[in-house]
Design a protein around this ligand. Structure first.
Ligand SMILES: [Zn+2]
Length: 353
């Protein structure tokens, strides 16, 4: 590493420090950081010391995807995610949901209502630039920003869309930051989710301790929706656990090969049939590379057929990029899950992806 590239641990500490201090007025900073981490995993530079350009509309798309599920009513209420009366990103998200007939995912909404999608991306891009992106690196009480992640000198409360375009409509992560954030994803993402749930509880007084599973509503996988892939997968691949080949009962779990908690990818290429035993044992663990490889080698044509029948994208390229980003950031020898109660050390001689 060059002297310019930050030590990942120090980077993680600084990220946590900017989030831990003071009460947040909205969950936007958390959403922005999560989107940045996801972008880093899926676009990891070849050389870990390289900078990484992050197009703002792409970041906006990721933020939109995070809020997409969260704006659904919870316990009959719309959850507040800001102490301000007007929450711009939530408004933009809701407008698109209405225009797209409450589509199941942002990807489907984009196909159904392209103009409304484009407007939502524009609104969120501008909001990110005017609020969280230029406030993120400012410690409370500090005069200026400490731009350790990216240069935010051109961002401010009233920055215009044309100024953003003049800067390439992007921010650039400093050398080494992308690799550091990707490597820390497994630690940072769960921490961000915990802070997010705390914020939402604070901003919604009706959510007393009795109200269950706010976290599940905000970040949980949609179990009911996932079950739609069960029968098509059984028809295509047989009624067997992907991991141990056990014959499956009718209500077996659907497992995310790359952990949902790390990448949050629901595409068919990241889903397999599993038995409850393997699914429970694997939980959020990083799977052995060989398992990911086997999942990615499943018949693409069959998966695409299921995808078009269910209107549920495979997101194959995204899964491949995320797998690359996760494993390349790991030091050799990290334990990975290779089957029920089995662990193996990470083998860094990767398959072709
Ligand atoms: Zn199994």
């Amino acid at each position: 590493m060059t002297s310019e590239a930050p030590d990942p641990l120090l980077l993680g500490q600084r990220v946590v420090a900017i989030l831990e201090t003071g009460l947040r007025t909205a969950t936007y900073k958390l959403a922005t950081l999560m989107a940045l981490i996801e972008h880093c995993i899926e676009n990891l530079p070849e050389n870990p010391d390289d900078p990484l350009r992050v197009p703002l509309p792409e970041l906006a798309h990721r933020v939109l995807r995070t809020y997409w599920r969260q704006v659904r009513p919870f316990d009959g209420h719309e959850l507040r995610q800001s102490t301000q009366p007007r929450a711009r990103i939530l408004i933009a998200t809701n407008e698109l949901r209405d225009a797209a007939g409450r589509a199941g995912s942002v990807e489907i909404a984009c196909l159904r209502a392209p103009t409304a999608y484009q407007k939502a991306i524009e609104d969120i891009t501008l909001c990110l630039a005017q609020q969280p992106l230029h406030r993120l690196q400012k410690l409370p009480g500090a005069d200026g920003s400490d731009p350790f992640l990216y240069d935010d000198g051109f961002l401010h409360d009233h920055v215009s869309r044309s100024t953003l375009r003049a800067h390439g409509d992007a921010i650039e992560l400093r050398p080494g930051v992308a690799a550091g954030l990707a490597r820390l994803a497994g630690l940072l993402k769960p921490a961000l989710e915990i802070m997010w749930v705390e914020d939402v509880r604070r901003m919604n007084k009706f959510l007393d301790a009795e109200v269950p599973d706010v976290a599940g509503h905000l970040f949980g996988r949609e179990r009911a929706a996932l079950s739609a892939v069960r029968e098509p997968f059984k028809d295509a691949f047989g009624p067997h656990c992907f991991y141990c080949a056990a014959h499956l009962p009718t209500n077996n779990p659907i497992d995310h090969v790359l952990p949902w908690s790390v990448v949050g990818i629901d595409g068919l290429s990241n889903l397999v049939l599993a038995c409850a035993r393997c699914n429970g044992d694997k939980s959020g663990a990083l799977p052995a590379v060989g398992l990911v490889d086997r999942a990615l080698r499943r018949d693409r044509i069959v998966l695409e057929e299921i995808a078009s029948a269910l209107q549920w994208p495979t997101q194959h390229e995204r899964v491949v990029a995320a797998a690359r980003g996760i494993y390349r950031g790991q030091p050799a020898g990290v334990p990975t899950w290779s089957g029920y109660r089995r662990r193996e050390r990470l083998d860094v001689s990767f398959p072709s992806w």
